[in-house]
Design a binder for this molecule. Structure first.
Ligand SMILES: Nc1ncnc2c1ncn2[C@@H]1O[C@H](COP(=O)(O)OP(=O)(O)OP(=O)(O)O)[C@@H](O)[C@H]1O
Ligand SMILES: Nc1ncnc2c1ncn2[C@@H]1O[C@H](COP(=O)(O)OP(=O)(O)OP(=O)(O)O)[C@@H](O)[C@H]1O
Ligand SMILES: [Mg+2]
Ligand SMILES: [Mg+2]
Lengths: 155, 165, 155, 165
């Protein structure tokens, strides 16, 4: 029981570290048991250090850095326990354009192993779509679906 | 196992039936604020067996039934169907194609079907239990959850790893 | 005491209602004392109905609709108790392009009465700037300031 | 009363001194994730007298002092100065131009000045108490507060109205 948890933690840790490094183009991150003596009960802590910066309290990170770190954590879990399909609802809202690009690139890599349904209003994420659907409300209060051709998107 | 199509009718703002074909790779859903994008995510959560009205942003279970607009009257039932390809036998059912249907009526009754055969909600929930794709899996990241992930308590974070173990 | 609170509430209510109507291009919103008998203690409830839709539980509103409603509330408070300067840090992240435009338009109106320092990564908000500053990190971990000319912005 | 300029040095990522001139109307601050935009908002909150480390995203008060980067060593002091035009006498001080300065040292000592004259933190906090521009006013909406406003409890919302009354 503790064996299985420990193995999973080691796996997630490894992937979290490398995915963080990829998304941040550097830096390092890790997961740490708050009480390493107590594998069965101890809570888990996230340590993250963006490139060029000194290690800091997670709370001091910026909104976008926090979001990108959370995204790295989610992808690490997906790597260890893959899902046939995955739904992301506006996970990229706090990211700047450069980070949206990195997120989209990682998304494309993972999409080779599973389906992703991504809700977003970011250009970079839309550009990664294999299929694009638009939800519209021509009649107020009622949703309709249109499939959008990628070259129809506004700049 | 992969998704083939999602059919939604009477569910939240999708009063008229829509069909979303889902292919391999990445499907991106775009649209203005309040147009119904997150309602699609809610529909998927719901057909997989979500029982918490709060997880669907409501306060009661019938909040998922289209409650009318200025120009359209409310309806009495919400229905969502998920069509899946199970040729790799990921789901513990002896079918190549699987259709999961959930209905809910304003009277409070719910109906559940697997390939048109009536079943219990439990049967649908248990179908996905081991796949990671169930609503307990980390497969569905709702709007606003990203902010919560980093501010989660260390114990909650541990639970996430336990579920993946 | 209760008199002053009641007067302020009536004022905020009036402005919240009209600002909501302006930001949503229709619809209606109001503030309501949960327990109208108890003016001194009762909590305050927000009721909001976007145009064309039926009145609904606030929680059922979309992410963007909630954000826009909160923005209307803030501006209503500012109308009743104006501030010499005001700082908004990424209040527009959940808004779609059309709503960012309406937000920017309202911002410009209020800026005639006071200074606004707005942190944003949205095009529509940047376009409303009288002055634009860019914060950069040429040396990792160290912030520098540049003033940006509005015509230098990427499309 | 209006802001004229903000000077920041040694505060979080602004180890080298920067001066932000603030004009009438709208000043928009842009930049990549983690570049220091919210740190500017924190600097303003701080110089107005914020005493909660948590409100500044830290866990201790010295978290506001530049703690070094890969290529730069930490420094021993953070300093922020706010230059204001008070010709309309909004602030209860008999000066046309007012400069508020706050310093904090790693040793734990803080220094406060109004127009270069040493004062207590309390004097700075009370200066803004009635203007709505103080850190208690609704004038500073931090990153993430918009989401909290609508999910606030009815009692908290009432408090906001009471403060405006
Ligand atoms: N049962 C219902 N009947 C009618 N309308 C409903 C019902 N439940 C929710 N809605 C409406 O659905 C809308 C929210 O839709 P949704 O959350 O999908 O928007 P969205 O496209 O995700 O927008 P955003 O980009 O702002 O997140 C709200 O306006 C809400 O009033
Ligand atoms: N005392 C300090 N010394 C050095 N760096 C610090 C200190 N305090 C905070 N930081 C760094 O400042 C950065 C956060 O800056 P800030 O929150 O201003 O970013 P931002 O521009 O608002 O980004 P975003 O667009 O993502 O919100 C973090 O990388 C954090 O590590
Ligand atoms: Mg949404
Ligand atoms: Mg920020």
């Amino acid at each position: 029981m503790a064996r299985k948890f420990k193995d999973t933690l080691v796996e997630v840790k490894k992937h979290f570290s490398s995915i963080f490094h990829e998304l941040f183009n550097g830096g390092e991150a890790s997961l740490k048991l708050i009480n390493s003596e107590d594998i069965l009960e101890s809570g888990l802590e996230i340590i993250a250090r963006p490139p060029g910066k000194n290690p800091q309290n997670l709370a001091l990170l910026s909104g976008g850095e926090k979001a990108l770190t959370a995204i790295a954590f989610i992808f690490a879990l997906l790597k260890v326990k893959p899902s046939a399909f995955c739904i992301f609802d506006e996970v990229d809202t706090a990211l700047d354009e450069a980070n949206v690009e990195r997120f989209a690139r990682l998304l494309r890599k993972f999409a080779e192993q599973g389906q992703f349904i991504v809700i977003s209003h970011r250009q970079g994420t839309m550009a990664a779509a294999d299929i694009l659907y638009g939800v519209t409300m021509v009649d107020q209060g009622i949703s309709q679906l249109v499939s959008v051709r990628l070259d129809q998107l506004p700049a | 196992m992969h998704l083939k199509e999602i059919e939604i009718q009477g569910f939240k703002t999708f009063v008229d039936r829509v069909k979303l074909k889902i292919g391999p790779g990445i499907t991106v859903i775009v649209g203005p604020n309040g147009s119904g994008k997150s309602n699609v995510a809610d529909a998927i959560l719901w057909v997989l067996g979500e029982q918490s009205a709060k997880a669907l942003r409501g306060s009661r279970m019938d909040d998922v039934i289209f409650s009318g607009s200025e120009k359209r009257r409310p309806v009495g039932m919400a229905e969502v169907t998920l069509h899946l390809d199970n040729s790799d036998n990921t789901l513990p059912l002896d079918f190549q194609d699987i259709a999961i249907t959930r209905r809910f009526f304003r009277t409070g009754e719910g109906e559940y079907f697997i390939n048109k055969i009536p079943c219990r909600l439990k049967d649908i929930q248990e179908l996905f239990l081991d796949t990671g794709s169930g609503r307990n899996g980390l497969a569905i990241i709702s709007q606003g959850r990203i902010e919560q992930i980093l501010s989660a308590r260390p114990e909650e974070r541990r639970t996430v790893i336990e579920e993946a173990a």
